[in-house]
Ligand binder design. Structure first.
Ligand code: C2E
Ligand code: MG
Ligand code: MG
Length: 690
């Protein structure tokens, strides 16, 4: 009958009266935000036409008072025997707070970054202005400020000190209180005052001028500026010394605040890059000793931030900085460069091994878990060390060398330290140029996909392909995935590249289906960086939709790297995809972190045994026994088991013998371009219907 029904809670949330929107005839759809309406309708249709196995959409809905609320809608259609939709029911969850929170975090993150830069600029401008101002004020100050300032005078002939009543008033004392300057000046400042007076009375300065703190009647100290001039008699002896006392506390405090903001990181309370560079430069100019720079970068911080949120990430940074400071203590200066990067400057080290000892201690101390928001988290760091003067004679160079060395630690599997060597620079530059060229590779259509068939061992037929990325760089030539995927992940370029891979592979799959290979499947490799993106699930569904491919023909290959951080949110996403019918394969099984107990927690359908196990099949070895165990275990968990990288008949027979389901490897075919992949299918005997 095409009648819509909403529960009372819908009206409560949206503020409308029943029928106010003509909702029973579909009028409620006009309340959906125009930017979201098309997508929501597409998702609805995708389900109602059977493309997706259920309805899922996120959209804004305008409430009675004109505001928009974010809803997460899910639903499922009930079909009649003939396949017609008879009912379509579901739920809407108000996710406005969650969306707003995400938005706020994003904005505040950006705002802090710009505010920091802005402050440095302001501080510099202020310092410059102050200098100019001071000069121009010089001439007028005695006249204009005399009324305002306290006046003091020392009679050098009889030793008397005189203070004006304003002088006492400024400090909150009675004019007849008899207190003198030296009774009130802050103990830390008195030496400075005395030497400024000496400089003037020796004739080295034209004026006496000094900033100091004086104790107020309230007991607290305030900053003042003292200025004065000595008067001489005919014989050139000082007779009197007189001047003013100006309250500069507010501007001093402001200046301090600005200085603090310009030189310190507000999150960790550590000195920032600017402080580091200035401290280093001062050291390098004054000292001819040795120094070390230790670059510390948190491992996998991006994942932590993406999966647990920026707020959590911020707390973790704070905890990390606290730990670093407690480890380093007085030995050096700990700074935060930004993001998850810290630098420790060790001036005046006697021997280089002292820096190494400290670094080892840091790595050791990071074995202790962190407690953030009541959850426990293990964080490791990658460290690079550079030495002065060997690895750079200025601050920037030393920093760069330490950074390069740190990168090396990352490449070698993180949680380690590396001492800079000259040869690393070239590798680092290579990396940089690869990254640069990669940025243009998508636009320049330098990426392409090759497809490697997967063969069912029972039927001996191709059941599908794995799409494998190839980069034919104009500048670098053919680049194997191992040489650039990691870089694409670190620079997050894997996100657009991965989306392109998925789109291209699905388009080819659709073509295969249209050409009559309608049972063919496509496996696509997915990086963990893609998985943690908010848009990941919609992106997959959109692509399937666009190519009109049923989810069961797509297989996403994930690796054990998802275990690197808390993988709950990843599992949630995989579960949604799984629920919609997308297949999930665990790639390279047996090489990484995975404990077998994790396997049960993952919503996977396929286990891909890594090639290293297959390689050892000709010999009798432990690995061979392991292969049997993995296959048996996979079957126990109801998983399909695929063996990767089979190159010989011997391996094939062995795998057949132990009940492996599918194989993939050069023995059947290398990964090949589209046209050849089609030919591989065409070569097979036509299937006779069972
Ligand atoms: P993988 O997903 O484990 O892919 C299997 C790799 O084994 C492929 O290497 C394939 O060419 C190779 N291989 C297959 N059979 C044999 C064999 O019989 N002998 C030998 N020696 N090798 C065989 P390839 O294409 O170089 O890809 C390497 C890795 O790069 C992939 O490992 C995958 O982790 C990653 N990768 C490839 N394409 C993509 C992609 O589109 N996205 C992401 N995120 N990663 C990708
Ligand atoms: Mg793979
Ligand atoms: Mg693999």
């Amino acid at each position: 009958n095409n009648i819509y029904f909403f529960s009372d809670r819908f009206y409560e949330l949206t503020g409308y009266e029943k029928n106010e929107l003509n909702e029973s005839t579909g009028g409620w759809k006009s309340a959906i935000h125009p930017d979201d309406a098309v997508m929501a309708e597409e998702a609805r249709q995708a389900h109602l036409t059977g493309v997706l196995s259920f309805y899922y959409s996120e959209y804004r809905l305008q409430t009675k008072n004109g505001n928009y609320l974010w809803f997460q809608a899910r639903g499922k259609a009930a079909l009649s025997k003939s396949g017609r939709t008879v009912r379509f029911a579901g739920s809407m969850i108000n996710i406005t707070d969650k969306k707003q929170y995400e938005l706020d975090l994003e904005n505040s993150y950006r705002a802090t970054a710009t505010a920091q830069e802005e402050l440095v600029k302001q501080y510099e401008q202020l310092s410059e202005k102050e200098g100019k101002l001071r000069k121009s004020r010089e001439r007028y100050r005695l006249i204009t400020e005399a009324a305002h300032d306290g006046i003091w005078e020392t009679d050098y002939v009889n030793g008397n000190e005189y203070y004006s009543s304003r002088w006492y008033e400024q400090l909150g004392y009675q004019a007849d209180s008899q207190l003198t300057f030296y009774q009130l000046v802050h103990p830390d400042d008195s030496d400075r005052v005395l030497s400024a007076i000496d400089l003037h009375t020796n004739g080295e300065t034209e004026h006496y001028q000094c900033e100091y703190r004086l104790r107020m009647s309230s007991g607290e100290y305030r900053w003042f500026l003292g200025r004065g001039k000595a008067l001489y008699n005919d014989k050139g002896e000082i007779t009197r010394f007189a001047g003013t006392n100006t309250d500069i506390n507010d501007s001093k405090e402001n200046q301090e605040k600005l200085r603090y903001l310009a030189y310190y990181d507000s999150l960790s309370k550590l000195p920032n890059r600017l402080s580091l560079l200035e401290t280093m430069e001062t050291f390098l100019v004054q000292s001819d000793g040795k120094a070390a720079l230790i670059f510390v970068d948190m491992d996998n911080f991006k994942y932590i931030n993406d999966t647990l949120g920026h707020k959590f990430g911020d707390s973790l940074i704070y905890e990390t900085s606290k730990r670093l400071v407690s480890i380093v203590g007085e030995k050096g200066m700990v700074c935060r460069l930004g993001g998850d990067e810290f630098v420790i400057f060790l001036p005046d080290i006697k021997e280089q091994k002292h820096a190494v000892q400290l670094v080892k201690f840091i790595l050791d101390q990071f074995k202790e878990p962190f407690i953030v928001n009541e959850s426990q988290l293990h964080v490791t760091v990658s460290i690079g060390i550079s030495y002065y003067p060997e690895d750079g004679t200025n601050a920037e160079d030393l920093l760069k060398s330490a950074d390069v060395a740190m990168y090396k630690s990352k490449e070698q599997g993180k949680a380690s330290y590396t001492i800079y060597r000259k040869s690393m620079q070239t590798a680092f530059n290579d990396r940089m140029s690869i990254e640069k060229l990669m940025r243009n590779a998508l636009k320049g259509q330098e990426f392409l996909l090759h497809y490697q068939p997967q063969v069912d061992l029972k039927t001996n037929r191709i059941t599908g392909f794995e799409a494998l990325l190839r980069w034919e760089s104009r500048e670098l030539g053919m680049m194997p995935p191992y040489s650039f995927i990691k870089i694409a992940e670190d620079s997050r370029m894997i996100i657009p590249i991965g989306e392109w891979v998925l789109q291209t592979a699905c388009a080819f799959l659709a073509k295969l289906h249209r050409s009559g290979y309608s049972n063919c499947r496509m496996a696509v490799n997915i990086s963990v960086i893609q998985l943690v993106q908010d848009d990941f699930v919609p992106m997959i569904m959109r692509t399937l939709d666009r190519e009109r491919i049923a989810p069961e023909f797509l297989e996403l290959e994930i690796t054990e790297s998802i275990f690197m951080v808390s993988f709950e949110s990843i599992v949630a996403k995989l579960e949604i995809l799984r629920f919609r019918g997308v297949r999930i394969a665990l790639d390279d099984f047996g090489t990484g972190y995975s404990s077998l107990s994790y396997l049960k927690l993952l919503p996977i359908t396929v286990l891909k045994i890594d090639k290293v196990f297959i390689d050892s099949i000709p010999d009798i070895s432990q690995n061979r026994a392991l292969t049997d165990t993995i296959i048996a275990l996979g079957h126990q968990l109801n998983l399909e088991v695929v063996a990767e990288g089979i190159e010989s008949e011997e391996q094939l027979n062995y795998l057949k013998g132990v009940g492996c389901d599918k194989v993939q490897g050069f023995y059947y075919s290398r990964p090949v371009p589209e046209r050849e992949a089609m030919q591989l299918l065409a070569r097979e005997e036509p299937l006779t219907d069972v």
